[in-house]
Design a protein around this ligand. Structure first.
Ligand code: NI
Ligand code: MN
Length: 225
């Protein structure tokens, strides 16, 4: 499965000729100035929670592309008011899109929307398909809930937050990878702001010491998992 990283926690996964775009945040990301919001492709936009660094460009990309936004109920309602086509979901559920199945799983975090309105509960996603399965943690602390994810599906890769301060740090993400039984990790939610800056080599070394591979993609770069 081809995955492209757009900085922070924004990435696109191509499955069965469709593009799932996660947590679009280019406008306001100081590291993503080379990415143009107008160039982002999407058939579906998946939003983990309501924070600005996850929803910033969601309405604009949804309007331009006609993509359906799949998000926790309250976030979907909020984006719907801005003209996005939406499919609201909640923990434990999610649609079967035909080419893949989407499940919203718990995340330990918070979820207010940029204008202060209530964003419901934050989540992560498990995507299963005939081709590949993967987990995107969203913003979360390490939690034993993750053990269930390893039982749902054999994951080809996991997209985990690693920057610390607001989410798991590298050490917790290594444990998360073990809990979801996955050796191939794409790191997200690091370096964007001073409190989440990490040492790349040390992070890669820590995963490697646990028998796992951490991928830190350049912004705009793609990798086939
Ligand atoms: Ni957040
Ligand atoms: Mn965040």
């Amino acid at each position: 499965m081809n995955v492209t990283y757009f900085g922070h926690a924004c990435f696109a996964a191509e499955i069965g000729g469709r593009t799932l775009l996660f947590d679009p945040f280019v406008t306001g990301n100081p590291l993503a100035s080379a990415i143009k919001v107008e160039d982002l492709k999407a058939d579906y936009i998946l939003i983990s929670h309501g924070h600005g660094d996850h929803v910033a460009d969601a309405a604009a990309v949804a309007q331009r592309t006609g993509a359906t936004v799949i998000a926790p109920y309250e976030v979907a309602q909020w984006l719907g008011k801005q003209g996005a086509k939406t499919h609201p979901i909640n923990h434990g559920g999610g649609p079967d899109l035909g080419f893949c199945r989407v499940r919203l799983v718990p995340a330990i975090h918070s979820s207010s929307l940029p204008d202060g309105s209530y964003g419901g509960n934050p989540g992560g996603f498990v995507i299963t398909s005939a081709e590949d399965n993967f987990y995107y943690s969203g913003d979360t602390a390490l939690t034993r809930e993750m053990e269930l994810i390893g039982e749902y599906a054999r994951l080809n890769f996991a997209v985990l937050c690693i920057g610390g301060n607001f989410t798991m740090d590298v050490d917790d993400a290594v444990k998360a990878a073990a809990m979801v039984k996955c050796d191939n990790v794409l790191g997200v939610h690091y370096d964007t702001f001073p409190p989440i800056k990490i040492d790349h080599e040390e992070a890669i070394r820590k995963f490697s010491a646990a028998g796992k591979r951490l991928h830190l993609l350049k912004i705009g770069a793609s990798h086939k998992f």
